[in-house]
Design a protein around this ligand. Structure first.
Ligand code: NAP
Length: 205
């Protein structure tokens, strides 16, 4: 795959605990809208700001992401953050893809709530020099939150952050975990293979 010529690539960053249809719709929407040749899903091993909140083992989140994306030839899964030790800094991941596809334009796709805190991210200005950001929002998302949190960033960086409303992001990983815990149905919120996987591994109970 490394020899394939990609002019524009997407990096879909997230914890994916579990991955659901909102993530898949967001990635496909970004791929089509921005003309991306490939979207790489990159489950974070240890998201830098997560502190002590329990998250499922990276191998489960990686397996679920592989199961969810398998039917789309324009989606790939990368374990680069899981293989790397230490916190999953996005700058290291973007460097990894920039080295693999020199000259390709890179778009980092993630939830708008994560991007709200971008000013606190590791080496943020260098990161914004290297890639553009796509902030996927849930229905009813208050855009002024994002605008407020970006105040203080030079305009050349603000221009590199696009907002994309994704109605399917009414689905959330938190809600799915809570539903499983309460014994409520999760059918049609995520791919069947992921549903089967998380029950078979007794995740979120
Ligand atoms: P999070 O805090 O778990 O999620 C924040 C919100 O964004 C949640 O509502 C979440 O919904 C949504 N979301 C997360 N990933 C998404 C995606 N790919 N598409 C659409 N919505 C998404 O965020 P996180 O997963 O820990 O972090 C997101 C990404 O930012 C990761 O790749 C992380 O490594 C990166 N990050 C980097 C730094 C840094 O470099 N210093 C700091 C913070 C985050 P769901 O729960 O439904 O997914």
């Amino acid at each position: 795959m490394k020899n394939e010529l990609f002019e524009k690539i997407g990096i879909m960053g997230g914890t994916f605990d579990p991955i659901h249809y909102g993530h898949l719709v967001a990635a496909e929407g970004a791929r089509c809208h921005f003309g991306l040749d490939m979207v790489f899903f990159v489950p974070a091993a240890r998201p830098p700001h997560k502190g002590d909140r329990y998250i499922s083992h990276p191998s489960h989140r990686l397996d679920m992401t592989i199961l969810a994306t398998g039917s789309n030839p324009r989606f790939q899964v990368s374990d680069v953050e899981i293989r790397r030790s230490g916190p999953s800094y996005t700058i290291d991941t973007v460097f990894h893809f920039a080295r693999s596809w020199p000259g390709a334009l890179i778009y980092f796709i993630t939830g708008a709530d994560a991007i709200l805190e971008i000013l606190t991210w590791h080496r943020v200005e260098e990161l914004l020099d290297m890639c553009s950001f796509i902030a996927a929002t849930r229905p009813g998302y208050r855009l002024e939150n994002l605008a407020g949190s970006l105040q203080g960033l030079p305009s050349r960086y603000i221009e590199k952050i696009s907002v994309m409303e994704v109605p399917a992001l009414a689905i959330s990983s938190t809600d799915i975990r809570e539903r499983v815990k309460k014994g409520m149905p999760i059918k049609y919120l995520l791919p069947e293979k992921v549903e089967e996987y998380l029950y078979s591994k007794e995740l979120y109970i």
